[in-house]
Design a protein around this ligand. Structure first.
Ligand code: ATP
Length: 255
């Protein structure tokens, strides 16, 4: 089990981060948020509110057009080497799990180690240590009996757990997930959220997860950040997300 446990989380700080896309869309107003280690933060907001844009800024996939992202112990992400280091320590879970269906669960999970290798070295076989690490991650998401099955033989929920294992094998300090349960049935979504939250809590990871389901956020978040029109309109514990706060998040937008 410990083979898969990495260093604990690092704080990630969005400092007046703003994003204006090339087509002129202001996806994120200047936004300042600090994400703390060991805390499971859920981003809520209607479609187009800016959740994915914020997540993409946090791992440097989108470069802010204003402000900056600062990572504890590393600094800002405006330097290629620091950005690479940050990406390596940031696990991503996506709505579409991007698994390679014809490869085994184990082979897919090992892909999470690619960031630790120079590109030429990926032609070499995986080390025993890396395979053990991958198997420990697969065990942690409850799929050890499926480790050698093809990924496309698994259910959607199981495939999403493979996506979580692939993020864990990276030994991440930060876990970012963009609508990880969007394509899952309610019970499977509940299970995956519990699993992710449990792992993040026990490893002390800094987790930021976007969701569309308010009730799931209420049950699993330590903190909810609500976005509307690219601005933060709610930031607090689930207990303070009352009906009027939800209405403000999802109510009819003025045009
Ligand atoms: N690459 C892009 N180029 C131009 N505009 C974009 C781009 N990506 C997103 N947008 C726009 O930026 C705004 C915020 O989009 P974003 O995807 O961050 O929202 P979201 O809250 O994640 O939405 P959803 O819940 O539908 O995924 C939207 O108006 C969207 O159309």
């Amino acid at each position: 089990m410990d083979a898969v446990r990495g260093a604990s989380g690092v704080a990630v700080h969005a400092e007046s981060v703003a994003v204006r896309y090339a087509n002129g869309t202001q996806a994120l107003q200047p936004t300042t948020l600090r994400f703390e280690p060991g805390r499971f933060t859920v981003l809520l907001g209607a479609s187009g509110a800016g959740k994915s844009t914020l997540l993409r800024c946090l791992n440097g996939l989108v470069r802010p057009t204003g402000g900056q992202v600062r990572v504890e112990g590393l600094g800002t992400l405006d330097d290629a080497a620091r950005l690479r280091q940050h990406r390596r320590q940031t696990g991503m879970v996506f709505q579409q799990h991007h698994l390679i269906g014809r490869l085994s669960v184990l082979a897919n999970v090992l892909m999470g180690r690619l960031g630790y290798h120079a590109s030429w070295a990926t032609l070499r076989p995986w080390s025993r240590e890396e395979k053990e690490r991958a198997l420990a991650a697969i065990d942690r998401v409850g799929l050890i009996e499926r480790a050698l099955h093809r990924a496309d033989e698994l259910s959607g929920g199981q495939q999403q757990r493979v996506g979580v294992a692939r993020a864990l094998v990276q030994q991440p300090r930060v876990l970012l997930a963009d609508e990880p349960v969007a394509s899952l049935d309610p019970a499977t979504a509940e299970h995956l959220m519990s699993l992710m939250h449990r792992i993040c809590r026990s490893d002390g990871l800094t987790a930021v997860v976007s969701l569309h389901q308010v009730e799931l956020a209420r049950r699993h978040a330590d903190r909810i950040v609500g976005l509307r029109g690219g601005a933060v309109v709610f930031d607090g514990p689930p207990s303070s997300l009352n009906e009027s706060a939800v209405a403000e998040l999802y109510g009819a937008q003025a045009h």
